[in-house]
Ligand binder design. Structure first.
Ligand code: AP5
Length: 197
């Protein structure tokens, strides 16, 4: 089994690339953002609790996220692979993910960091707002989401460096398929290493 974290700011292409990886390799795409939006749409107990948080651009509390991830891993610890898209987003979530994976004798094989300049992020998300109307894709909320990214999520990268994780940085400001080809080179390398063990 292979476990990958797609890391990067809002609009860096995590969701786009995660879908392509899942299609090509048969891995499970675990998008916490999509999962939370689904809870909101269905007006579940969690959905009602988090609606205003997500719409304001803030992060959902760690204890809610941890319960979601714990349940997800219980059901999916025996698959070909998982791509974590949008999780972990805080230091506490990152430590929790390591601990949970360890329970199943698993670890994170690869952290793919997508680099995209802030002005490109903003223009991508404002364009998406016109097409799809996501409630958190407006200028004020985008700025807030960026603030949370720098304050809470970026430190996760330092944690991964300190714990000697396999991190690769990829320029995400290129054609979708070119970015994807680069990502595949790294995934293929890991798969090859696993076959040789
Ligand atoms: P989430 O849904 O995870 O949003 P995000 O991280 O802000 O990610 P985005 O979907 O905006 O961007 P992306 O990097 O996936 O890029 P995408 O491929 O979509 O989270 C939403 C909210 O949920 C959070 O704010 C928070 O409230 C809550 N939440 C989620 N997870 C949480 C957690 N773990 N803890 C606490 N709270 C949590 O692409 C963006 C656009 O760019 C698209 O239109 C796409 O078509 C376009 N695009 C992509 N790649 C390219 C390219 N190479 N060239 C041109 N355009 C491109």
């Amino acid at each position: 089994m292979i476990n990958i974290v797609l890391f990067g700011p809002l609009g860096s292409g995590k969701g786009t690339q995660a879908k392509k990886i899942a299609d090509k390799y048969g891995f499970i795409h675990f998008s916490t953002g999509e999962l939370l939006r689904e809870e909101i749409r269905k007006q579940t107990k969690i959905g009602k609790k988090i609606k205003s948080i997500v719409n304001s651009g803030a992060l959902v509390p760690d204890d809610i996220m941890e319960e979601i991830v714990e349940n997800f891993l219980k059901e999916n610890c025996n698959t070909k692979g998982i791509i974590f898209d949008g999780f972990p987003r805080t230091l506490r979530q990152a430590k929790m993910l390591d601990e949970e994976l360890e329970k199943y004798n698993l670890l994170l094989d690869l952290i793919i960091k997508l680099d995209v300049p802030e002005e490109i992020i903003k223009s991508r998300l404002l364009y998406r707002a016109q097409k799809e109307g996501r409630t958190d894709d407006n200028e004020a909320i985008i700025s807030k989401r960026l603030k949370y990214y720098y304050r809470d999520t970026l430190p996760v990268l330092d944690y991964y460096k300190q714990t000697n994780k396999n991190i690769v940085s990829i320029c995400g400001h290129r054609d979708v398929d070119i970015v994807f080809n680069d990502i595949c080179l790294h995934i293929d390398k890991i798969l090859l290493q696993k076959m040789q063990i």
